[in-house]
Write a protein that binds this ligand. Sequence first.
Ligand code: ADP
Ligand code: MG
Length: 243
Amino acid sequence: MSGAASVELRDIHVSFGTLEVLRGVDLRVGKGETTCVIGPSGSGKSTLLRVVNRLQEPDSGDILLDGESVVATDADQLRRRVGMVFQHFNLFPHRTVLDNITLPLRSVKRLDKAEAEQVARDRLAEVGLADKAPYRPAALSGGQQQRVAIARALAMDPEVMLFDEATSALDPELVKGVLELMAGLAERGLTLLVVTHEMGFARQVADHVAFMDHGRIVELGEPAQVFEEPESPRLQRFLSQVL
Ligand code: ADP
Ligand code: MG
């Protein structure tokens, strides 16, 4: 791991037509820290993550990595520093597990075949899937596919990792393995911004929890504070529905 970076959003605004989806979001995740974002469906959580790695350009506001603005840098360049893991894995279905990891290493990082394979095999071993290298994703369980997606993101040696409901599409018995892997990354000091419905994970792993509603961060604090002493009625209502 090449080292983590802090990530900061300043007064981010995003609208789709007349729909204001992010209405001035400020958020800072310190180097090596984990922030979990919780909140109802449609509150803007995915859009927020997409802004960080520039899958979504903000209408206004600033994004900083390690204190430096990255809104003007090339999006591909930025995505080498900020890895993202999606709810539906987004693996290439017709490629082997190994190819899924080596292809971006070759095209983006310009590694040669042998180097890329070495990195890919190391990362697969780390997520406990060394023996799955020659298989297509469909031959793996959802939990294993998600671990491949995480290995693929880690192979790029990111400074920040974004997780958008990484366990929401998994059968319940497969959730734990993926959450444990994510907790391990947090422990190793990677900077994580995690959108999740897993309140137990947020409670145990996050340094800070941000509650989003209607395009704003309504409440932000340490997990104990957010879960046990929620201040806003909206958060109180949300927690009463999910806990
Ligand atoms: P969440 O992840 O919290 O469920 P999203 O960020 O996905 O919320 O979406 C927030 C709102 O923005 C929703 O009302 C959604 O329908 C809308 N939205 C998201 N992406 C787009 C888009 N590309 N075009 C139009 N509306 C969008
Ligand atoms: Mg979402």
